[in-house]
Ligand binder design. Sequence first.
Ligand code: MLT
Length: 204
Amino acid sequence: LQHYTHHFQPAQEANKPTLLLLHGTGGDENDLLNLGRMLSPGSALLSPRGNVLENGMPRFFRRFAEGVFDIDDLKQRTVELADFLQAASEEYAFDAHQVVAVGFSNGANIVASMLLLRPESLAGAYLSHAMFPFEPETQVDLQHRPIFVAAGRSDMLISTENTQRLINLLEQQGAEVQAYWNNTGHTIIHEEVREARTWVEKHF
Ligand code: MLT
């Protein structure tokens, strides 16, 4: 089992989903804790640090260049992350069927991959500034796994076409996708958080 430096904060309220928080390139396990609190007060939070280093910057998988993924590495590390999540649910005694992933940028990209390779490990997902990962080899059943996709029309890293391809891919696998667009770049603004929070309250 792969080791991840991580934070776990136990639930303060019953019947709330556990949030799996996955930071962007150069971030760490502290980055999304406040976001997690805002999205779902009282939820347990599991926040690992990506164990790939790119010039000292933690990530969740390797890339050849900005926006060019090492797909083999992505797939292998996706399975490792799903295994870590499963093991953590046993160690910390949270319900493995009530986990909602929250990822930003590189973290969101590995969530997209997890939805395709290990869909059963997530009850839903919030992808903030994610990219199209890869075409799955077989059809995946994402019905009843709601997904919130947030994107910026001025994102220098991700074109609107790429985001639309990601949304189409998820919908083709049966997911109910709620897309939220704003005019900013590769960043999370308050309005996005408010929209995402409303989405969490509605579905979980
Ligand atoms: C990635 O490599 O996952 C994307 O380029 C986004 C990022 O820079 O983290």
